[in-house]
Design a protein around this ligand. Structure first.
Ligand code: SF4
Length: 324
């Protein structure tokens, strides 16, 4: 969508044009976007059910990560009325090299947003909802209280809906995590995104061990909450680094790992260094299960919120089976 501005060499603001979507990337050299292999094929959006989901999203003025991140699964997910809502605006204070969400200084929080999200969840009749957000380093609590308000509003409007949150890292926001956990989401997801050796180039504003510790702390605070984390592959990581990362997540008692192929949103983003084959994904999946995750999902099109409802049911069943 706003890729056009990313490809301009001049600063569009000098010409009175709109702010580029990723100002920090505008002057980077181009990384050619590789042709996708045959195993990456997705359903095109546009079915009547997709249109209904689209209408409800637009009528309620909601932002979805499905659209903002240019997710390849939007045709399939929206047809099933499964959208991932992105709260606290459409502008992120971080500038990760892989992410297509707009960057810059965000607007103040919309105090009506918790109510609007809850209404949309109710109208869509969702059994399971995933709520994520942009990073809000500009807020004193990183947006923790807003997350908690959204969870409480959904519980009030739609008590049977199970709630999964996908949060930022709340780096340098003491007490923020505790506020979110106290609102008792059913699933707490925080993505590591990549292996530690790639943090400086892929996720420079974050700290690997802080993210691991955040996930561990969720379990310490409330062991009933399922914890989940995901990474992208194809960014130049080694297989052994992925296996080590799995061990780090298990040491933090994380229940569920997701692994999917990184796809490059624009020429200004991090290049895809490799398309990982379906066989390699299958191997990651079986290794993860052997390492003790309650659930693993590893495939080219796995995304952290893909099939989240079905996966929640599997997580519950796996925990019950383990307790027997
Ligand atoms: S996988 Fe997640 S982000 Fe992608 S379309 Fe589905 S719900 Fe949206």
């Amino acid at each position: 969508m706003a890729v056009v501005f990313d490809l301009l060499n001049e600063d569009p603001r000098k010409k009175g044009e709109a702010q580029p979507r990723h100002p920090e990337k505008a002057h980077r050299p181009d990384n050619p976007v590789l042709r996708k292999p045959d195993w990456i094929r997705v359903k095109a959006p546009g079915s009547p059910k997709w249109a209904e989901t689209n209408r409800i999203v637009k009528e309620n003025g909601l932002v979805t990560v499905c659209e903002e991140a240019g997710c390849p699964n939007v045709g399939e997910c929206w047809e099933k009325k499964h959208a991932t809502f992105m709260i606290m605006g459409d502008t992120c204070t971080r500038a990760c090299a892989f992410c297509n969400v707009k960057t810059g200084l965000p607007a103040p929080l919309d105090t009506k947003e918790p109510e609007h999200i809850a209404q949309a969840v109710s109208k869509l009749g969702l059994e399971h909802v995933v709520i994520t957000s942009v990073d809000r380093d500009d807020l004193a609590d990183g947006g923790a209280e807003h997350f908690a308000q959204v969870i409480r509003a959904i519980r009030a409007a739609s008590p049977k809906t199970t709630i999964e949150i996908l949060t930022p890292d709340f780096l340098r926001k003491d007490g923020a995590l505790e506020i979110v956990v106290a609102a008792r989401p059913d699933v707490f997801n925080h993505n590591l995104e990549t292996v530690p050796s790639k943090y400086l180039t892929v996720r420079p504003g974050a700290r690997y061990f802080h993210s691991i510790r955040l996930l561990q702390r969720v379990k310490e605070l409330d062991p009933s909450i399922f914890t989940k984390s995901g990474i992208m592959v194809g960014l130049g990581e080694e297989r052994n680094e992925v296996l080590q990362l799995m061990d780090d997540l298990r040491a933090a008692d994380v229940d569920f790992i997701t692994i999917g192929q990184y796809l490059q949103p624009t020429k200004k983003h991090h290049p895809v260094l490799r398309f990982v084959t379906p066989d390699e994904f299958a191997s990651y999946d079986s290794v993860a299960r052997a390492k003790g995750f309650l659930l693993a999902s590893a495939s080219p099109l796995t995304r952290s919120s893909h099939h989240a409802g079905e996966d929640f049911a599997r997580l519950k069943a796996a925990r019950e089976a383990k307790a027997l």
